[in-house]
Design a protein around this ligand. Structure first.
Ligand SMILES: [Zn+2]
Length: 342
């Protein structure tokens, strides 16, 4: 478990018996909400209520085969799971034909399935735990079905909802589940953790792009963030001059989460605007790829594109279709070249 979640986990453990059936783990993705949910479930399902690692439920838990823990995840979300979370999620994953795209939503069938398993008596442990993630991936029908469950939870059950966007949940769900807030660690703690992973440069920038979640900052670093920045400058230059197609650009960037791409683009355009306003585009270096690209463009249009991208970045969440969001962003930049004589 990540160090910044340890005290929160201890609090959960000590207040376990007083907590309501429904819990809502809320906070940015990448902070380790799933780890805490699993550790909490481990305590709850342990015969000794200590996560002893020795009793039968604990041993089955460790093997990823305890039948009293159920994890319902949207396919897109599950695609990023690993270890025990991945193992448990597979049991309730809808069947998928090879060419079908991963669903960003939690289906009504998945929620009905959750209701069904929670209605049965536990098999081995003394209770049943269901983890549902991400809660914002439920549509209104799924949410209403779940609401009934939260209103009248069967005895000896625990429902843990995970969300990075509590504002998108039905107010009735919010009022029925007890919220547990996950917050990013202080910059100094995050920096120390990243330093332990060998990341010492650009830490502040990486954390900003990762919503303060150090594991995501690490991922960005490992993905070669500075290289990425240079490549995004190249994309903006290509799109703004009509040399590059938005669809191709979106395909190229699909693998790095949309939020990181959108924020990376905002950063590039900010730097570009700053350079244009001061008529000072640094020669050499990554930004020089934008030399002359402003010909025939209005600053007002570039500002409008910047605002559009920033809005997309701030409203992005994992329930949206990543490729559409990226295409929309690159189209907006590409539209700058629309006014040019071709
Ligand atoms: Zn145990």
């Amino acid at each position: 478990m990540y160090p910044w979640n340890e005290s929160l986990f201890e609090q959960l453990k000590t207040s376990r018996e007083r907590l309501p059936h429904g819990l809502l783990f809320a906070g940015p993705n990448g902070l380790g909400k799933m780890d805490v949910a699993l550790e909490f479930a481990r305590v709850e399902l342990c015969a000794n209520k200590t996560a002893c690692r020795a009793c039968q439920p604990c041993q089955l838990f460790e093997a990823g085969s305890l039948p009293d823990l159920h994890l319902f995840a949207a396919e897109v979300y599950a695609d990023n799971l690993s270890g025990l979370a991945e193992k448990f999620s597979l049991r309730h994953m809808p069947e998928r034909k090879k060419d079908r795209k991963l669903r960003p939503t939690l289906t009504i069938d998945q929620i009905r399935n959750a209701i069904e398993v929670l209605a049965k008596r536990p098999h081995i442990a003394s209770s049943t735990v269901a983890i549902i993630a991400p809660a914002e991936a439920m549509n209104v029908n799924s949410a209403n079905a779940l609401l009934k469950l939260l209103e009248e939870p069967p005895a000896d059950t625990r429902i843990i909802l995970l969300t990075a966007a509590p504002g998108r949940l039905l107010p009735t769900i919010l009022s029925r589940a007890s919220s547990v807030d996950f917050r990013p660690p202080a910059d100094s703690e995050a920096a120390a953790w990243l330093a332990g992973k060998g990341v010492r440069h650009g830490v502040h920038e990486l954390l900003r792009l990762a919503d303060g979640a150090p594991p995501r900052a690490l991922k960005l670093h490992e993905s070669g963030f500075m290289k990425v920045h240079g490549e995004l400058v190249g994309e903006v230059a290509g799109l703004a001059t009509g040399r590059r197609s938005a669809v191709d650009a979106a395909k190229t960037w699909a693998k790095l989460g949309p939020k990181a791409v959108l924020e990376g683009l905002v950063r590039v355009i900010d730097d570009w605007l700053r350079a244009l306003h001061t008529a000072n585009l640094p020669a050499g270096g990554q930004m020089s790829q934008l030399q002359g690209c402003e010909q025939g463009l209005s600053l007002k249009d570039i500002h409008a594109v910047r605002a559009h991208l920033a809005r997309s970045a701030s409203t992005w969440d994992s329930a949206l279709d990543a490729s559409l969001v990226l295409e929309d962003a690159f189209l907006a930049i590409g539209a700058l070249s629309g006014g040019k004589a071709r």
